[in-house]
Design a protein around this ligand. Structure first.
Ligand code: FAD
Length: 298
């Protein structure tokens, strides 16, 4: 990483909110559900489908967790009313995991039950490693009652190959990603090349299992590896999809869609955009650099 990028990464938490918003708006559909609807419609016009995320995390107040449940109910109703090709993604700490696992599970159950009634799939996002065990436990509890729920594995974590084997055998619908949260070396790989290979190995374990796999990456090398692996293992197109984040590499998105693969875009919206945006910008400080260059060239 260049010195400029390193400086940008360090300075980001100190940057005023309006500046973060300026650079981060490409990653977020907008503040309102209507903004998300318009974005999903546009993506559907490009041959993509979506997973809608109501921004919010690290909720410490049960009232706020209840508000998040209500917001998701509204999203679910809107997906049906507006005929959107979309499902939803939900964060455990937004459902109250930081307050207690029972509360989070009960809130998640309400969301999953309503989604089941409407025939919509729910993805439980994976947050930092302090939440992994509880998230998998909640997923498993919900899976006993509902079939419309799936979870996420992060290739960065050393435990993931074993989780992928187990969940794959159980027929779980898994989103596999690299993992955005930086974790201690004792539990996570740090080198990008090792994370890439860990992703390939976890994907192989999932393909060997019985479940559906969502391959969430913008790393073209990994996409190529995934396609080669699917062909080698005889995994049909109907058993996997690709997933990308809103605002990241639309050209690659078009390449995947025109090759005839299912491509789902993660569409976050809402007023709690700040922590999500900071994570995205930290991940790719080149965005800030390109933005600043364009700004000063005007
Ligand atoms: P990278 O090597 O990071 O990126 C590959 C290329 O993509 C880069 O060279 C760059 O050109 C481009 N790129 C990547 N990120 C950005 C960016 N922010 N801005 C601009 N360009 C970029 N992580 C979790 O921990 N838990 C989750 O539940 C989770 N859900 C996800 C859902 C989806 C649909 C996706 C796509 C990602 C999700 N992630 C999640 C994030 C993921 O773990 C990675 O942090 C992120 O996808 C970047 O990794 P990459 O595989 O794209 O590879």
């Amino acid at each position: 990483m260049s010195v400029v990028n390193r400086l940008l990464k360090t300075a980001l938490p100190l940057t005023p909110k309006f500046i973060v918003r300026f650079f981060a708006k490409r990653y977020v559909a907008g503040d309102s559900l209507e903004d998300a609807v318009n974005t999903v419609r546009r993506l559907m016009g490009e041959g993509c489908c979506a997973t809608v995320d109501v921004l919010g995390e690290a909720v410490r107040n049960p009232e706020l967790a209840a508000q998040a449940v209500a917001a998701y109910r509204e999203v679910l109703a809107t997906i049906i009313e507006r005929k959107l090709d979309a499902n939803i993604s939900v964060k455990p700490t937004q459902m109250g995991l930081g307050i207690g696992e029972d509360l989070a599970l009960s809130n998640l159950r309400q969301v999953v039950a309503e989604a089941a009634r409407l025939g919509i799939f729910v993805r439980i996002d994976m947050e930092d490693a302090t939440t992994t065990e509880a998230t998998l436990r909640m997923y498993k509890a919900l899976r006993q009652e509902f079939s419309n729920v799936g979870v996420v594995l992060q290739a960065r974590l050393r435990r993931t190959l074993s989780d992928a084997r187990n969940l794959g055998q159980e027929g779980t619908n898994v989103r596999l990603c690299k993992g955005i949260y930086l974790e201690p070396r004792a539990i996570a790989y740090e080198e990008p090349e090792i994370i890439r290979w860990a992703f390939v190995h976890a994907l192989e374990a999932l393909f060997s299992g019985k479940g559906y796999v969502a391959i969430a990456t913008h790393d073209e090398w990994l996409i190529e590896q995934a396609l080669a692996l699917a062909e080698k293992m005889g995994v049909p197109k109907e058993r996997f999809e690709f997933q990308m984040l809103l605002g990241v590499d639309p050209a690659l998105r078009r390449i995947i869609v025109s090759a005839g693969h299912k491509l789902r875009v993660y569409v976050p919206f809402g007023s709690h955009w700040y922590p999500y945006s900071v994570r995205r910008l930290r991940e790719n400080p080149n965005i800030i650099r390109a933005g600043l260059e364009a700004f000063f060239r005007r």
